[in-house]
Design a protein around this ligand. Structure first.
Ligand code: NAD
Ligand code: ZN
Length: 385
């Protein structure tokens, strides 16, 4: 028998064991967590703890679970994950719950993996597609993208209470729409190039189709959902967008694949000017950049810019703090976006430093042009948070 020297091309789809979504879901968290472990540790920040503590406590008490909160430090670094892992070991916890935004959720996954216990994602904002995936994005202490860290399993449970999402600042939902719209743009590119996905191997039809479904739902429901959340309302559009941002985009990006949009996001984190912005806001600049690099139809690109502008996402370098950036600063972004391990190389064509620099600059030109066509004033630099 002859031995094959090449690994076979395999298709793969990953997902969490259970996904639960709806108004009032947080009150049921204890019941679901009790199926996974008996000594949970909840990782969250002060803001989210204040909002959720009474509901979580009541739910855990009903399920006979102890209530142990730990404050998340704010940046998902390797050191923060190890600090939490130490606590898990010390307390003998058997499940860690990331409660809050993508950063707390990613840190809970990393800490759970370090400590060898199971993990649960409870997003209180539909701001990213982090909750479902079997990976964390690791940052340096000063907030720059460091690396992707992959795990052998996804969260055992992802639970989303749309009542909390509707009461959260609308900017989070808007950012989540930016993150989720990129999913189809990137999965489509990975499908064209037959590149490897974040799940390892080639995309399944299912992974790619979920990315597309997320896109379709967002074009239909993002604007009414944003209006509803501005008024603290949970409508069917809000439920649809939360599912698109969290479940569909989560499965779609992981099993459909990433390409240039996220690589450009990662590049943007290399410069301090962008640090006050949400993940999904930076990703939207990456999506526009990818469409430009791909030479997508002018009408398609302009429609995307106009739509995401209406959604409330940044569509120009000015809005991510880089309006007056010199070439050296932009080259820093570009170089970080095209390092060999970046997903930009999943595009079907090679991308040079100069090509990406020009595409980035073209985002500003395009964003300004679409704004003025819509009769809107020139873009403004972001408010610092
Ligand atoms: N692992 C993955 O697959 C993946 C995918 C996408 C993004 N990410 C990561 O996710 C992170 C970004 O997540 P993010 O945009 O949610 O930011 P974040 O986690 O920093 O959260 C932002 C803020 O939201 C606040 N918040 C959360 N819920 C709230 C609520 N209901 N009301 C008021 N405030 C609330 C938190 O207190 C926090 O300060 C980045 O680290 C990014 O790399 C990971
Ligand atoms: Zn993302």
């Amino acid at each position: 028998m002859t031995e094959t020297t090449q690994a076979p091309v395999l298709r793969s789809l990953l997902s969490p064991a259970r996904y639960v979504q709806g108004r009032g879901a947080l009150g049921e968290l204890g019941r679901y967590v009790a199926q996974i472990g008996s000594t949970p540790l909840i990782l969250t920040d002060d803001v989210v703890r204040k909002l959720t503590e009474s509901t979580v406590t009541e739910s855990f008490e009903r399920a006979g679970l102890p209530v142990v909160f730990e404050i998340f430090g704010g940046v998902p670094t390797a050191a923060e994950a190890e600090r939490i892992a130490e606590l898990i070991r010390g307390q003998g916890a058997d499940v860690v719950i990331g409660l809050g935004g993508g950063a707390a959720i990613d840190t809970a996954k990393a800490a759970g993996d370090n400590a060898g216990v199971r993990w649960v994602s409870v997003p209180t904002a539909a701001s990213t597609d982090a909750p479902t995936s079997a990976l964390s994005v690791v940052y340096t202490e000063d907030g720059a993208f460091d690396s992707y860290r992959f795990y052998s399993r996804n969260p055992d449970l992802v639970l989303v209470d749309t009542g909390f999402i509707a009461k959260a600042p609308v900017r989070f939902l808007i950012a989540g729409v930016g993150d989720a719209l990129a999913t189809w743009i990137e999965a489509r590119a990975v499908q064209r190039s037959a590149a490897t996905t974040m799940a390892g191997g080639s995309a399944t039809h299912a992974g790619t189709a979920l990315a597309r479904l997320s896109w379709d739902i967002l074009w239909e429901h993002a604007l009414p959902a944003i209006d509803a959340v501005r008024n603290d309302l949970v409508t069917p559009s809000v439920e649809a967008v939360v599912e698109a941002n969290t479940l569909l985009s989560g499965l779609g990006f992981e099993s459909g694949g990433l390409a240039a949009a996220h690589a450009v996001h990662d590049g943007l984190t290399a410069v301090a000017q962008t640090h006050g912005l949400a993940h999904g806001e930076k990703v939207n600049i990456g999506s526009i950049c990818q469409l430009i690099l791909e030479g997508a139809d002018t009408s398609e690109i302009r429609e995307f810019v106009a739509f995401t502008m209406r959604v409330g996402l940044p569509t120009s370098l000015t809005e991510v703090g880089l309006g007056d950036a010199d070439d050296d600063t932009l080259r820093e972004v570009v170089r970080a976006a095209i390092v060999p391990e970046e997903t930009i190389h999943n595009l079907a064509f090679p991308v040079s430093e100069d090509a990406l620099l020009d595409a980035l600059k073209a985002v500003e030109v395009l964003g300004r042009s679409v704004r003025s066509e819509a009769g809107l004033p020139a873009p403004e630099a972001p408010n610092r948070h």
